[in-house]
Design a protein around this ligand. Structure first.
Ligand code: FPP
Length: 229
């Protein structure tokens, strides 16, 4: 972590919201909003490395996103493919480890293959972990984890935590949502138990490293008590 950077933040998650509104404001197609959203993803992943975050988890595709028009779903898939093809080299060389939370096996075989390749290529990296949530829903994740925990023995918060998709990641410190919406939309519900929540009106395509720094500063200013005093 560089001099003057906020300390103590290990894991940040972001609900990247507002691509559609960003495009609408400019009378552009929604696809353009998503495209500019990918540029924000690139900025934030680079920033996470610079800031020394151990983990960054991004909500890229929820279980509800399948309900969007086929063309938009296909645009999002195309963007993810292109992002892997264009940026994997840089991130792999920078020590980023890619992981996916959620069931991405529902995606088209060519996308699954690309993702599998990217995971394998970065598996032994030890820098920032970039977790991308794909076809992810927190209630589904908790139900799957509880089922696995029950098959092994007593269900406790610890045995459920150990079976979550985020099991080997540091605890979540900060959850950010852009675009002015103030809800969690089925993202990391279990992991948010003690996380700080940060909501900003900035639309995702406009989100910069300075906005991330601002959120981290706000985190450092808050006193976390974990239920104690
Ligand atoms: C929310 O905007 C954003 C999404 C549903 C998708 C997020 C995906 C990306 C930023 C691009 C792909 C990701 C990677 C990791 C390469 P919205 O469409 O719901 O916006 P709106 O609420 O303003 O309509």
């Amino acid at each position: 972590m560089g001099a003057g950077e906020p300390v103590g933040v290990r894991h940040v998650a972001i609900i990247m919201d507002g691509n559609g509104r960003w495009a609408k404001k400019r009378l552009l197609p929604r696809a353009m909003g998503h495209q500019r959203g990918v540029e924000a993803v690139r900025r934030v992943v680079r920033g996470a490395r610079e800031l020394g975050l151990e983990a960054l988890t991004l909500y890229a595709f929820s279980t509800e996103n399948w309900r969007r028009p086929e063309e938009e779903v296909s645009d999002l898939m195309g963007l993810m493919k292109r992002f892997i093809l264009s940026d994997l080299d840089e991130f792999a060389q920078a020590g980023v480890r890619l992981r996916i939370i959620g069931d991405y096996s529902a995606f088209k075989p060519d996308v699954v293959e690309l993702i599998d390749g990217a995971i394998a290529r970065t598996a032994s990296n030890t820098g920032t972990t970039l977790a991308v949530a794909l076809n992810y829903g927190a209630q589904d994740e908790i139900a799957r984890a509880a089922t696995k925990a029950a098959a092994k023995g007593p269900i406790t918060p610890e045995t459920i935590s150990a079976e979550l998709d985020t099991a080997d990641m540091p605890p979540l410190d900060l959850m950010i949502r852009t675009s002015g919406e103030v809800r969690l939309s089925n993202f990391l519900l279990w992991q948010c138990a003690y996380a700080e929540l940060y909501f900003t009106d900035v639309l995702w395509p406009d989100f910069t490293l300075d906005h991330l720094r601002e959120a981290l500063q706000c985190f450092s200013g808050r006193e976390r008590r974990y239920g104690g005093r």
